[in-house]
Ligand binder design. Structure first.
Ligand SMILES: Cc1cc2nc3c(=O)[nH]c(=O)nc-3n(C[C@H](O)[C@H](O)[C@H](O)COP(=O)(O)OP(=O)(O)OC[C@H]3O[C@@H](n4cnc5c(N)ncnc54)[C@H](O)[C@@H]3O)c2cc1C
Length: 426
């Protein structure tokens, strides 16, 4: 007979409780002694998340890895293209983020080892993390559209990452003769900022109407329906009659290839050789997300909608444009809201707790003219593994609003930009 001591039930419960306690204590200890959280990408998502992490638990060691010394914001970059705003008004530094206790590493992250939990940056330094947040935004899928590569984008700018490309498109519009044709090629979903191409078309039309009234703008669209469509279309009729022509997917609007040597966009139904071609190509999550193993076959990152933790790799969270956020659009507003929810979840997880499901809001303003704004808002919460649209919440601007209403929405759009950039960058 085996006469070894068999632990009693009470003893087992005691051991389990001691293990649980020591785990809880060690988790708390990690959090208190300064667990390490690295955030890659200092845009609307990443910079917000780094600041929120530090505010929620000042003991955390928070490192923000950002490749550019200055961030250039996309929201309102269409105003720069239309000549109503300077690129300087779009630019923000990281001084306030750093003075809040976040360590800012001004380098590109080049490698992520999710087993060793390390990030390598461009100068070869290796940084260790307990949790990693990826907020790299988008990368353009060069070569997904035949003829459109990085060299072609120097002739047919995408201007979908703000900066030099924004200024290039502006210069091309300024240089164009009155009577020229401008084309905007719009990709299929999903892409950064669903209403962005139509806001751009509107503001370019405003510029053409006031400075080059014999010119035309054509939208070659790989979609049939688009965000705030009725509002845009009724405003175009009122403000820019005959100036904007949109060719939808079913009318043959999908651009199948381009030739940058002649500024030609080719669809299944014909060729458009134009004076200025703005080609917005298909997109995917920023490359570092793929390097980290966090992208799926769509090129985007699937996440748990409560914690934003990757479904592919553990201890890695993805926010902003790079993640698949269900019904939530890829916007700066969304990235900022997700950043705060993700920061709260990371702090709770590091302390051994269970994060609570978030409720998130997005509002997207678009300018149809400098004094004419429209908006769409939504509320999102986790449902069936995704961030689902909350039925009955949110809505769009009314179709038949008076001009003062549109003016007020344009003013709200500008205040929104000032408020969000102050919250993100200080
Ligand atoms: C024309 C246009 C108009 C828009 N208008 C609006 C609007 O009115 N309202 C709105 O809410 N949204 C708008 N958007 C969308 C908005 O710009 C994006 O949704 C938002 O920037 C996404 O935030 P993010 O943090 O995911 O990415 P980003 O803000 O792009 O930030 C990503 C950051 O990661 C950095 N990064 C990437 N890879 C690395 C790496 N390997 N190492 C280090 N750093 C890295 C990049 O340098 C960048 O700073 C607009 C977009 C466009 C193109």
């Amino acid at each position: 007979m085996d006469n070894k001591h068999r632990p009693t039930r009470r003893e087992l419960i005691g051991v389990a409780a001691t293990v649980a306690m020591s785990l809880a204590v060690s988790r708390r200890a990690i959090a208190q002694a300064g667990a390490r959280v690295i955030v890659i990408g200092g845009g609307f998502g990443g910079a917000s998340c780094a600041r929120a992490l530090k505010q929620l638990n000042p003991l955390l060691q928070v490192t923000l890895v950002e490749q550019n010394p200055t961030f250039t914001a996309c929201p309102f970059s269409n105003d720069v293209i239309a000549g109503d705003r300077s690129i300087k008004q779009q630019q923000f530094g990281y001084e306030k983020v750093a003075s809040g206790g976040v360590t800012v590493v001004a380098q590109a992250a080049t490698k992520v080892d999710t087993s060793a939990r390390t990030v390598t940056v461009a100068d070869g330094s290796v940084l260790a993390y307990d949790r990693l947040v990826l907020a790299p935004g988008i990368d353009l899928r060069f070569n997904a559209l035949p003829g459109y590569d990085e060299a072609a984008s120097e002739k047919m700018p995408h201007a979908w990452k703000a900066g030099e490309q924004t200024l290039l498109l502006r210069r091309q519009l300024e240089a164009m003769e009155d009577g020229g044709v401008v084309a905007i090629a719009v990709p299929a979903n999903p892409y950064r900022c669903p209403p962005g191409p139509y806001e751009r078309a509107s503001l370019i039309a405003h510029y053409l109407k006031t400075k080059k009234p014999r010119s035309k703008l054509i939208i070659l669209d790989a979609k049939d329906a688009f965000s705030k469509q009725h509002l845009f279309e009724s405003a175009w009729k009122e403000l820019y009659p005959g100036l904007i022509e949109r060719v939808s997917l079913s009318q043959g609007g999908k651009v199948a290839s381009v030739d940058s040597s002649t500024n030609t966009l080719v669809t299944d139904f014909g060729k458009h050789t134009v004076q200025v071609a703005n080609v917005i190509p298909p997109q995917r999550a920023g490359r570092i997300a793929e390097i980290a193993g966090a992208t799926d076959k769509s090129g985007w990152c699937s996440i748990d909608p409560v914690t934003f933790e990757s479904k592919q790799v553990s201890n890695v969270h993805i926010i902003g444009d790079a993640c698949i956020a269900g019904g939530m659009p890829k916007s700066a507003f969304s990235a900022n809201a997700q950043a705060k929810a993700c920061a709260a979840a990371v702090v709770t997880l590091l302390a051994g707790g269970t994060p609570t499901p978030p409720k998130l809001i997005n509002t997207c303003y678009s300018l149809v003219a400098p004094d004419y704004g429209i908006s769409v808002a939504g509320v999102y919460q986790p449902k069936n593994g995704l961030l689902a649209d909350t039925e009955g919440a949110g809505g769009v601007s009314p179709l038949d609003a008076p001009h003062e209403f549109r003016e007020r929405e344009a003013a709200y759009a500008r205040s929104w930009f000032d408020t969000i950039t102050a919250e993100v960058f200080g």
